[in-house]
Ligand binder design. Structure first.
Ligand code: ADP
Ligand code: GLC
Length: 496
């Protein structure tokens, strides 16, 4: 039997509020807090980006310095620093040479040479197994940037490494860290690992695949996405391996939650008025403030649709593009905040210029403005092609903003169709990935908005739903317990 309270190290390339591009940061910042509230001891490890080191909000202390040989001809000096967030959460910052020097803001966070993640993972393993004065029982890695850690832990071995159980979470299977074959030599791993039962992937190197093979447990961020990625449509060519992991009971899905301290309309420092399910009046003030900030006359009768998103194909933006003028013929206003693919940035900028009375688009990353959109909009648009979990729809619900979503992944696990007659459901849902299906969902939303008294009942009802981390933090603790059991069984088997 294992004690039910664990020491956990969460490792991720982005962690809110220190460095954020998308939902991974929200999860890596909030899940550790929720685990600690349950009595676990969770700490976080991430790269020491200049955007954190240069940010005067944080007090950073230096802990250790060591040398790490990634390959016989590649040695780096690593520094471990630490800061404590206002929540009490301890974050270790690992600096390895100058590899992350380019990461000065959200836009440049991933503008680094991929060898940076090799150096980070190898140095993290060195620190964990030789230098750290705190050793976790669980090393919980996230996405391909951290995927080499479970591989190094198993390959390098040693007493400390053998007892650390590894859990790997897939936040987005579209990103796997795939490189040409010659990249394999950079990793300093034995040649036998360049194999179908190793990191080899159609003649290339796939870092995420290494984590799938070498971690004690693998999960993704919703039950529906966990099933979807076992099919060719969503499996990104790893569906065969993922099916095998599912058969071996090593793959599961746990729905994300959202940070109820960060996303709370009753205390949110960024919004024009505070409100809650019990006292929802302030939402009207937030809407008027949003319309005004967009240069529009405040008008409570016009439905405002918000969209806060990374601008990538994943998010179903080509459906919006395809609808074009047809969308804007409806009586609505659209507020967009996003950054990413230059073609979508251009598209939304152009819409803003051409249709100033109906479309407002901000290109860039802006946390305060995101809060103001969630609070001020009536509806939130998320027509994703695929969505591992999605946090935007949950944040929206917390702010009484009704999601319009495609039924896929975590959107399917959190949003059910609104039925005004029975007073059930929390959003507007479409299934087929077609512009007309999206159009129909938006049309329904706009029509429902016209029934003011039904809408006024809907808003506080969805605000009362629970999207906090509480439940899912319990599910992660159960996953950690399974991972530890597997690890203990393995290390017994290895002991001569
Ligand atoms: P993903 O992780 O795929 O980007 P999620 O819905 O899980 O999608 O999470 C996105 C998170 O990033 C949300 O907290 C959302 O509010 C935030 N976000 C996305 N784009 C921006 C932006 N341009 N400015 C501020 N916040 C953003
Ligand atoms: C990824 C996914 C998103 C998910 C987030 C956090 O970025 O695209 O669906 O919510 O990770 O898990």
């Amino acid at each position: 039997m294992h004690e039910s309270v664990y020491r956990i190290l969460m490792v991720a390339a982005e962690v809110a509020p220190l460095a954020k591009v998308g939902g991974l940061a929200d999860v890596a910042g909030a899940l550790p807090k929720a685990l600690n509230a349950l009595g676990h001891e969770t700490r976080v490890l991430m790269p020491a980006y200049p955007m954190i080191l240069n940010d005067s909000r944080w007090q950073i202390e230096s802990l250790t310095q060591f040398e790490v040989a990634i390959r016989p001809d590649w040695t780096e000096t690593a520094f471990v620093k630490r800061l404590t967030l206002p929540s009490g959460l301890q974050v270790y910052l690992l600096q390895v040479g100058d590899w992350f020097a380019n990461a000065v803001d959200s836009a440049t966070l991933y503008a680094v040479d991929p060898r940076a993640y090799v150096a980070f993972a190898r140095a993290a393993t060195e620190w964990l197994t030789r230098h750290a004065d705190w050793t976790p029982q669980i090393v919980h890695c996230n996405d391909w940037h951290t995927a080499l850690i479970p591989v190094y832990l198993r390959v390098l071995r040693g007493e400390r490494a053998d007892t650390m159980a590894t859990v790997f979470t897939i936040h987005n299977l579209a990103f796997q860290g795939v490189f040409e074959q010659d990249f394999f030599a950079t990793l300093g791993l034995p040649d036998y690992l360049f194999d179908v039962e190793g990191l080899e992937f159609y003649g290339k190197v796939n870092l995420l695949k290494g984590a799938l093979l070498y971690s004690d447990r693998i999960n993704t961020v919703s039950p529906t996405y966990a099933a979807e990625i076992q099919t060719p449509e969503y499996g990104e060519q790893l569906e065969g391996l993922l099916r095998r992991l599912a058969d071996e009971r090593r793959l599961s899905g746990i729905l994300n939650g959202i940070d109820y301290d960060e996303w709370n309309p009753a205390t949110d420092p960024y919004i024009a008025a505070h409100y809650s399910a019990e006292q929802p009046q302030g939402k009207a003030t937030c809407k008027a403030a949003l319309q005004e900030a967009c240069g529009w006359q405040p008008d409570p009768t016009k439905p405002v649709i918000g969209l806060v998103s990374r601008l990538t194909d994943q998010k179903g933006l080509d459906l919006i593009k395809a609808l074009g003028a047809k969308l804007l013929q409806m009586p609505l206003q659209l507020v967009v905040l996003g950054a990413g693919d230059p073609a979508y940035e251009r598209f939304f900028r152009a819409q803003h210029k051409r249709h100033r009375a109906k479309v407002h688009a901000t290109i860039g990353f802006n946390n305060a403005w995101a809060h103001q959109i969630y609070a001020g909009a009536d509806m939130f648009l998320m027509p994703s092609r695929f969505e591992p979990c999605g946090l935007g729809q949950m944040i929206s619900l917390r702010y009484g903003t009704i999601p319009i979503v495609r039924q896929t992944g975590g959107l399917a696990d959190s949003i059910t169709p609104y039925d005004p007659l029975r007073g059930v459901g929390n959003g507007f849902v479409f299934r087929e990935y077609k512009p007309n299906a999206l159009y129909e969902a938006i049309r329904q939303a706009v029509e429902s908005f016209g029934d003011a008294s039904a809408w006024q009942a809907l808003v506080p009802r969805v605000m009362r739903q629970d999207w906090s981390w509480r439940r899912s933090a319990d599910a992660y603790a159960a996953l950690y317990s399974e991972a530890l059991e597997t690890r203990t069984a393995h290390s017994r088997a290895y002991t001569p």
